[in-house]
Design a protein around this ligand. Structure first.
Ligand SMILES: [Zn+2]
Ligand SMILES: [Zn+2]
Length: 389
């Protein structure tokens, strides 16, 4: 159904940046607030007329300038209109009061001071580009392009080489000298053994800067130099895998029993807690996941059952995977054989790393939410694989 909607949007020529069952983000190619709102209004009216999409209830939520979009958990931009406060000054087209939105979830596990560095530097950079762009467009009445104008791009390049480059080099150097692995938040069960705050900082910074497609080469150079500072090769594996992908656990489309609203919920990152009876004691802290529309707690047994099933699937995949011979590269054809015909030991195609990491994350979730059955399963797996030793 929602796919139909996206196809229809594409057919009438709009550029979709992101869409899920709850929200759609469009690049409107327009700068002025008035133009944008008209444009959206036309689209919404068009969708109402179509048979397939007329039953979908859509409304304009907010309008951004200069949105840097990585994914739905990592983005920043300048919100110039939002329907919660926009009702009052409906007819005024002023962009003086934009709001800086900075939601960059991949840095949550970094030490606080590193997060602050990241935020200050990156917002500063984005803000400079935005201000320059606003000057550029001040006189223009209608703009129909999404790429940066040449002048702004030049300015952006200059800013990058003259300021940002130096700034990032010195900050990275400082982080590397002052912070070690032990400065990571210890309540986060990330496999942090092979990384450092400085490396994670560099990875997150580059992730954001790579969103400037026109400057890909410059960012590549910056990345190489920053990694050189940390004495790492730009090609080594630990510089490319992003830690943040391990620090989340998403249950797709969980339905609220009260209001039927459904959404993807990140069990790992979403932490809601209430403390019982005026006591600050950690022991009485209760964690629960709640619907973000009506705030009813989700049925925890449903979540637990989902997690157990997920774990079972991973175990099954692990057990049923192919084994190959290292020497002649044939896949094992008889299930119980340990040695290949050539005399070599068969090797599993995949390691148990994914299963192990999943167990680490689920342990944290299970103990916080007192999911006893899940905890038992994980303990069993830990014993079986000698992961505790
Ligand atoms: Zn609900
Ligand atoms: Zn063989």
């Amino acid at each position: 159904f929602s796919v139909q909607l996206l196809i229809e949007l594409q057919r009438i020529g709009s550029t979709t940046i992101y869409g899920n069952l709850n929200k759609i983000i469009l690049a409107t190619k327009r700068w002025s607030l008035l133009d944008t709102r008209l444009y959206i209004k036309v689209i919404l009216e068009h969708l109402q007329l179509k048979d397939l999409t007329s039953t979908i209830c859509l409304e304009l939520k907010s309008i951004y300038h200069c949105l840097w979009w990585f994914d739905d958990k990592n983005y920043c931009g300048f919100r110039i209109w939002s329907n919660t406060k926009g009702q009052i000054d409906d007819n005024i087209d002023n962009n003086d009061e934009e709001e800086t939105i900075f939601d960059w979830n991949m840095i949550v596990y970094l030490p606080r001071v590193v997060q602050d560095y990241f935020e200050t530097i990156m917002i500063g950079f984005a803000r400079s580009i935005y201000d320059r762009l606003r000057d550029e467009y001040k006189e223009a009445t209608s703009i129909t392009q999404t790429n940066l104008p040449v002048k702004v791009l030049e300015y952006c390049r200059g800013l990058f080489t003259d300021e940002l480059y130096q700034q990032l080099m010195s900050v990275t150097n400082q982080i590397e000298r002052k912070l070690t692995k032990s400065d990571f938040d210890s309540t986060l069960p990330t496999p942090l053994s092979s990384t450092s705050p400085a490396l994670e900082f560099v990875k997150s910074v580059c992730c954001l800067l790579f969103l400037l497609h026109d400057m890909h080469d410059d960012v590549m150079n910056l990345r190489r130099d920053l990694l050189k500072l940390l004495k790492l090769s730009e090609y080594s594996e630990m510089t490319t895998t992003n830690l943040s992908s391990l620090t989340s656990f998403v249950v797709p489309q969980l339905v609220c029993s009260n209001c039927n609203h459904y959404r993807d919920i990140d069990l790992y990152r979403e932490i809601n807690s209430t403390i019982d009876k005026d006591s600050d004691d950690e022991q009485y802290r209760q964690y629960q996941y709640t619907c973000n529309q009506c705030h009813t707690p989700y049925d925890q047994t449903v979540i637990e059952q989902y997690l157990i099933n997920h774990l079972q699937t991973l175990v099954l995949e692990n057990v049923l995977q192919d084994a190959t011979c290292n020497k002649c590269h044939f896949v094992r054809n008889v299930y119980y054989k340990i040695y290949c015909d050539c005399g070599e030991l068969y090797q599993n195609l995949h390691t148990t790393a994914l299963l192990h990491n999943t167990c680490i994350i689920l342990t944290q979730i299970a103990s916080k939410h007192q999911m006893a059955a899940l905890q038992q399963q994980i303990q069993f797996l830990n014993r079986l694989n000698h992961w505790n030793e």
